[in-house]
Design a protein around this ligand. Structure first.
Ligand code: UDX
Length: 458
């Protein structure tokens, strides 16, 4: 099969490299000159485990190539995948479809033979129908079938999610588009992946509904964690008690500082708008958005409380800036409002993230000190805040932190640490939803007294 993928961003790159891995000939069209130059020279502008190697291998096998524009890229293609960005529109939360329709017009102008136009980007319900109408209007001379094929890729696990999908969703009117997409994904269905074929609108809604349901599940467990803190229950056991119910499942039940990333916030907002416009507002989706925003807004107060009422004058080490581990992406990361608030409240903030440092510097001027290791950020700190559950933070030992830090306050927003070892070293550990979460806020005087003596802990 000959395939073009429009958009060399996160989704386009993963899709193009994996489709090439199936043996299809793939050209990824990237219109941004800087990004195109990076891709053409073999550099991958995102951190996604395994992607750089897979792209290099497919390019070496001449199954994958890059083009700066559509000229020549659509020659003889069987399918064109739209993988351009659909960011939230400023102010109203609707998905901005500027790039989608610009790409559709360019494809319409460049096509010289029939092909299937497949929307991989996340688009509001009804967009596929609009694309089909536009294509018919622009190229009545060509039989262009339109399909929806939403992605369910998690950052940090994208190749796994593509190669071992729980399901492949295809929305189309049937006929040629269905047969073509069944052939494209045959390597996955041959290994048992389920391919669900439905209408275009249903496929578009499945994507939003899936992300919104997962976001709702996270907000639910975050609220249960808040209850646990007030009734001395333990959310870790509560998660087990819920997750062992096969109807609930244990995934996406880890409490934390709130969800972030480039998808959940954007897709819940878009679905809320779609529902409102359709005259069937979703109070559950709207509540999920509100609960998550309130949670992030409340993190500063949680930190001040754990520090005895105020962080003014304290040296705070923030470990983890990305919205989740195994990515360099800080979009909507809860670490961002936390760090801004700590600076506003008079703390000096020192930060470290294994992958997110370059991106982080774009969000802060010189009011935050960035370090190249956890140790460097922790040296002399009164307080350590774990914002992202990177594996390397789970390996930090209580003894090391005791050596490095000046104070003894740990605020673990991801329940990374098993507190007993840290409490044995004299640390107060405030987790999320753990029985000791709300009772460990040491009086400020005690935290400061350690500071005043200036004693580098023995
Ligand atoms: C998500 C969907 O999982 C994926 O299917 C879709 O295609 C894109 O959006 P992603 O945004 O990469 O993927 O990250 P994900 O792993 O889903 O985490 C999203 C947010 O939820 C992160 O901020 C993460 O920290 C948070 N989260 C996730 C929790 O707080 N608790 C959990 O149990 C799981």
């Amino acid at each position: 099969m000959k395939i073009a993928v429009i958009g060399g961003g996160y989704v386009g790159l993963v899709t193009g490299a994996c489709l090439a891995n199936f043996g299809h000939g793939v050209t990824i069209v990237e219109g941004d000159p800087t990004r195109y130059a990076m891709l053409a020279s073999g550099k991958i502008p995102i951190h996604e485990p395994g992607l750089e190697e897979l792209v290099a291998l497919q390019c070496e096998k001449r199954l994958l190539s890059f083009a700066p524009d559509l000229r020549g890229a659509l020659e003889g293609v069987d399918a064109v995948f739209l993988a351009v960005g659909t960011p939230s529109r400023r102010g109203d939360g609707h998905a901005d479809l500027t790039y989608i329709f610009a790409a559709v017009r360019q494809v319409a102008a460049a096509l010289t033979a029939p092909a299937v136009l497949v929307t991989k980007s996340t688009v509001p319900v009804g967009t596929g129908r609009r694309i089909a109408n536009l294509m018919q209007e622009l190229r009545p001379d060509l039989a262009i079938d339109v399909a929806s094929n939403p992605e369910f890729l998690r950052e940090g696990k994208a190749l796994l999610d593509f190669m071992r999908p729980d399901r492949i969703v295809v929305g189309c009117a049937g006929g040629h588009a269905r047969a073509l997409l069944e052939a494209i994904y045959a390597p996955l269905t041959a290994r048992g992946a389920k391919l669900l074929v439905t209408g275009i609108e249903t496929a578009e809604l499945i994507k939003y509904a899936a992300n919104s349901f997962l976001a709702m599940k996270i907000s639910f467990i975050n609220e249960m964690a808040d209850i646990c803190e007030r009734v001395a229950a333990d959310v870790a056991d509560l998660v087990q008690g819920l997750g062992l119910d096969s109807r609930i499942g244990a995934q996406f039940l880890q409490p934390g500082p709130g969800f972030g990333g480039s998808c959940f916030p954007k897709d819940t907002e878009a679905l809320a708008r779609i529902a409102q416009d359709a005259g069937a507002p979703s109070r559950l989706v709207e509540s999920t958005i509100a609960a998550n925003s309130a949670r992030k807004a409340g993190l500063g107060a949680r930190i001040n409380q754990a520090c005895g009422g105020s962080v003014a004058g304290l040296k705070i080490a923030v470990l983890g800036l990305t919205f989740k581990p195994d990515t360099d992406d800080l979009r909507d990361s809860p670490a961002l409002p936390v760090m801004h608030r700590m600076v506003e409240d008079g703390a000096t903030v020192h930060a470290y993230d294994p992958q997110g440092m370059e991106q982080a510097r774009l969000y802060f001027d010189d009011n935050v000190s960035f370090h190249d290791s956890a140790k460097a950020a922790l040296l002399g700190a009164d307080v350590a805040i774990i914002m992202t559950e990177w594996a390397e933070f789970q390996r930090l030992s209580a003894r090391d932190m005791h050596q490095w830090m000046r104070g003894h306050c740990i605020i673990d927003m991801r329940n990374v640490f098993e507190p007993s070892a840290f409490q044995a070293e004299g640390f107060s550990v405030t987790g999320i939803g753990r029985p000791w979460s709300a009772i460990q806020a040491r009086p400020l005087a005690e935290i400061r007294s350690t500071r005043e003596t200036g004693s580098q802990r023995s």
